[in-house]
Design a protein around this ligand. Structure first.
Ligand code: 4AD
Ligand code: MG
Length: 463
């Protein structure tokens, strides 16, 4: 007897094997013939395995007939060909041992369909529901695919810090990190005396690993970060989290065009890998969440993304004849309704917008010769909107410093970042992909809170 996963036991190659299976019961059904069917799941794949437990088993009446949804069990038996539809194999049990009971009166995750809102209140149990198992496996597949893509392309995986003193995006939406006692904050005059704080200066949770990635790209060529990212923005939307995971490649000697090419190839690779490696989970999303989940991904893999300058996009929006809630004029920030028009109505595929007004974008983006726009690019996809944000970086020290002053940044504290432009500066570019937005797009899940195990949003951090 050998311990195997349900995924292994479901394969026809396992027929005839004696196996030990361990998992959680999804359902138990008793047959008139005096035996029971148990649907067992262990998370290794979407499908369950059917266990046949005969009435002759010694604990049949005392235990097996009391097994309910959520009970954990160990099953020993032989894998057989299944006569039933929709499954290649089943297991004829020789022994069924109950490991942990789940009282059907109080177990919160019953067989019936629960709302996603309700499931968020039981985040400790929801991974046992089909949807969340499928999301977790797809998320894992995407994560592996991200590493594979960059490793194969010769990138170095960089661990950028989580605690930082600089505000990369310059938006001031940062969580403070401090060991000062809020009841007795040391003051110097009217100001907090941060010299007495743990790091001797104000520090925060990072909003982006980009600045550190630039340091390493300007030495090692091509690097990427993949880590947690924090934004204290008070937006209660289906696309925002206070803690999310971001992947940030940064490449020396890449211009904006190279950057867009990489972003497109990268995103297509993620979609292709999920189609290949998670067919069962994707079929579930088609059946239950979004009928177009698979065809959307197939479309991405085969399509060429539209590339459009911000100025062209404004022109298209103005000519569209649509009634937008937010009026469109050159210089305005694009709203979700504008992005949706472009990706869903006008082109029905991903759109890369580039060359945004300088007033809309952070200090580090390279200023174009027109002095009005910067070498920014955003990848927009149907339904989710912005999934990638990136740019070519400003490598000219004088222009960079002018931009920093324009945005009211303290040049002194960015001395090391400016040094990169002082010593051996090179053109370089990079972008950030939000992992949850990617998983949201791929699975068709409507709310970003349902594609991260333990979502952090304003007012929510219990689990
Ligand atoms: O566009 P953003 O703010 O870009 C940066 O942070 C750059 N430093 C990236 C770079 O050039 N290295 O964020 C990048 C992506 C967004 O396109 C979005 O997918 C995701 O991160 N994102 C969020 N995801 C979930 N919740 C939030 N609050 C997010 N904010 C950004
Ligand atoms: Mg952005």
């Amino acid at each position: 007897m050998e311990k195997v996963s349900v995924a292994i036991a479901r394969q026809t190659e396992s027929i005839g094997r004696k196996v030990i299976l361990q998992g959680w019961v999804r359902t138990r059904r008793d047959s008139k013939g005096g035996f029971s069917f148990i649907e067992l799941n262990d998370g290794s794949c979407f499908g369950n395995i059917q266990i046949i437990a005969d009435g002759g088993l010694p604990n049949y009446e005392s235990e097996i007939k009391r097994i309910s949804t959520g009970t954990s069990v160990e099953v020993r038996g032989e894998v057989r060909e299944s006569p039933a539809k929709g499954q290649a194999t089943e297991v004829q049990a020789e022994r069924v041992t109950v490991i942990g009971w789940a009282d059907p009166e109080t177990y919160p995750l019953q067989k019936k369909q629960h709302s996603f809102e309700y499931l968020r209140t039981i985040a400790h149990l929801r991974p046992r529901a089909n949807t969340f198992g499928a999301v977790a496996r797809v998320r894992n597949c995407v994560s592996r695919s991200i590493h594979n893509f960059f490793q194969e392309e010769g990138f170095i995986y960089l661990h950028s810090p989580i605690i930082t003193a600089s505000d990369c995006e310059g938006a001031g939406q940062m969580f403070r990190v401090t060991t000062l006692d809020p009841a007795r904050v040391p003051m110097r005059g009217k100001e907090v005396d941060y010299s007495q704080d743990f790091f001797g200066r104000p520090t925060f949770l990072t909003v982006s690993g980009q600045l550190e990635a630039e340091v390493y790209a300007c030495a090692l060529g091509k690097v990427y970060t993949f880590g947690p990212t924090f934004r204290a923005e008070n937006s209660n939307t289906s696309r925002h989290l206070a803690e999310f995971w971001m992947i940030e490649p940064e490449m020396a000697f890449f211009d904006l065009e190279d950057n867009m090419n990489l972003a497109e190839a990268f995103f297509k690779r993620l979609c292709r890998d999920v189609l290949e490696q998670c067919p069962e989970d994707m079929q579930f999303f088609v059946n239950r969440i979004d009928k177009t989940a698979i065809s959307t991904l197939e479309g991405i893999v085969d399509s060429e993304f539209v590339r459009l300058s911000y100025t062209e996009a404004i022109g298209l929006l103005q000519k569209s004849g649509e009634k937008f809630e937010f009026p469109v004029e050159w210089g305005c920030d694009l709203q979700a309704e504008h992005e949706r028009y472009l990706t869903e109505k006008k082109f029905q595929k991903p759109v890369i917008l580039f060359d945004y007004p300088r007033t809309l974008k952070p200090f580090y983006m390279r200023v174009n010769d027109d002095k009005k726009t910067v070498r920014a690019m955003d990848v927009l996809v149907p339904r989710v909107g912005e999934i990638i944000g990136g740019s070519q970086r400003e490598e000219r020290l004088d222009v960079l410093e002018e931009r920093m002053k324009e945005q009211g940044l303290d040049l002194e504290s960015y001395w090391w970042y400016r040094d990169l432009r002082r010593f051996g500066t090179v053109p370089h570019s990079g972008f950030g992909l939000g992992l949850e937005r990617a998983v949201q797009f791929i699975t068709g899940m409507a709310n970003i809170r349902d594609v991260i195990p333990f979502p952090r949003t304003p007012g929510n951090a219990e689990f």
